[in-house]
Design a protein around this ligand. Structure first.
Ligand SMILES: O=C(O)CCC(=O)C(=O)O
Length: 217
C-alpha cells in the first residue's frame, strides 16, 4: 500500500476548529478510490483482539467493548486505558504505510496506533479523554477514518458537570468522512471529551486508526 505515499500533501485544505481549549485540524486527505482500497486491505488482513483484551472497566464495572480493537506499535510499547493494558503488536504493512504518510503529511512520527472497527452504527465509543499519563501531552493524536462516515462529538469538561456547576458550552460535532484525518492538538484532550455515539440507522462498517505518541517508560 504505497498508494498513500503518492497523495499530493500540499493540495490539501485543512479546516481549523479552535475554541475554549479545543484545537482540531480536519480534512478529507485520502482520495475515495485509495481510501476504499485501503479499507478493503485492512478488512482482509487485520485480526482484532479477543478474550480479556475486549473487556474494559468503567467505574470499576467490567463491560465488553461495543466494537473490535487491536493495537500496533514499536517494540515494548503498551497502552493502558479504561482498565486494560493493550500490547502493541508489530506494525502490519498497510498500517506502517499510514504511519509514514503522517510523517510526510505533517511531520508527525508516532510509535503506537489503536485501531477500532465498528461493524455498524450500533458499535460505538463512549465519552472519554485520551489523556493517559503514558501519552505525550504535547503531541497531537492523529485519527484516520475509513469506511462508513460517523458523527464524532466533543464536549467541554465543564459542560458535563452536574447541576449548577454545569457551564453552558455547546458540543462540537464533526462528521468523520471516508479518507479523513482529524488531528486533536494539545490541549484538546485535557479539556474536551470525545465520543463516537451510537447511530442505530447507520449500517456500514468503519475502521478508525488513532496514532499516538507514547512516552518511553
Ligand atoms: O473511532 C473514532 O473515531 C473514535 C476513536 C477514539 O475516540 C479513540 O480511539 O480514542
Amino acid at each position: 500500500m504505497d498508494k498513500v505515499q503518492k497523495i499530493n500533501c500540499k493540495a490539501i485544505t485543512w479546516k481549523k476548529i479552535k475554541k475554549n481549549g479545543l484545537d482540531l485540524d480536519y480534512a478529507v486527505v485520502i482520495p475515495r478510490q485509495i481510501a476504499s482500497e485501503l479499507f478493503q486491505e485492512l478488512e482482509d488482513t487485520l485480526e482484532y483482539f479477543t478474550g480479556d483484551l475486549n473487556i474494559i472497566k468503567v467505574f470499576g464495572k467490567a463491560y465488553n467493548i461495543p466494537r473490535k480493537h487491536v493495537a500496533y506499535g514499536d517494540p515494548g510499547v503498551t497502552y493502558t486505558y479504561s482498565g486494560i493494558t493493550v500490547p502493541a503488536l508489530p506494525w502490519p504493512e498497510p498500517v506502517l504505510a499510514l504511519r509514514e504518510f503522517l510523517v510526510d503529511l505533517k511531520g508527525l512520527k508516532y510509535n503506537f496506533v489503536l485501531v477500532n472497527r465498528y461493524k455498524n452504527g450500533r458499535d460505538h465509543m463512549g465519552e472519554h479523554r485520551d489523556n493517559e499519563p503514558e501519552l505525550d501531552p504535547d503531541y497531537p493524536i492523529a485519527s484516520i477514518s475509513l469506511g462508513q462516515e460517523r458523527d464524532f462529538v466533543l464536549k467541554h469538561k465543564d459542560s458535563r458537570r452536574p447541576g449548577q456547576q454545569k457551564v453552558f458550552i455547546p458540543p462540537v460535532k464533526i462528521l468523520l468522512e471516508h479518507g479523513s484525518i482529524l488531528l486533536m492538538n494539545p490541549p484538546t484532550n485535557e479539556i474536551w471529551y470525545h465520543s463516537l455515539p451510537l447511530r442505530k440507522s447507520v449500517h456500514g462498517p468503519r475502521i478508525n486508526l488513532t496514532f499516538r505518541k507514547i512516552r518511553p517508560k
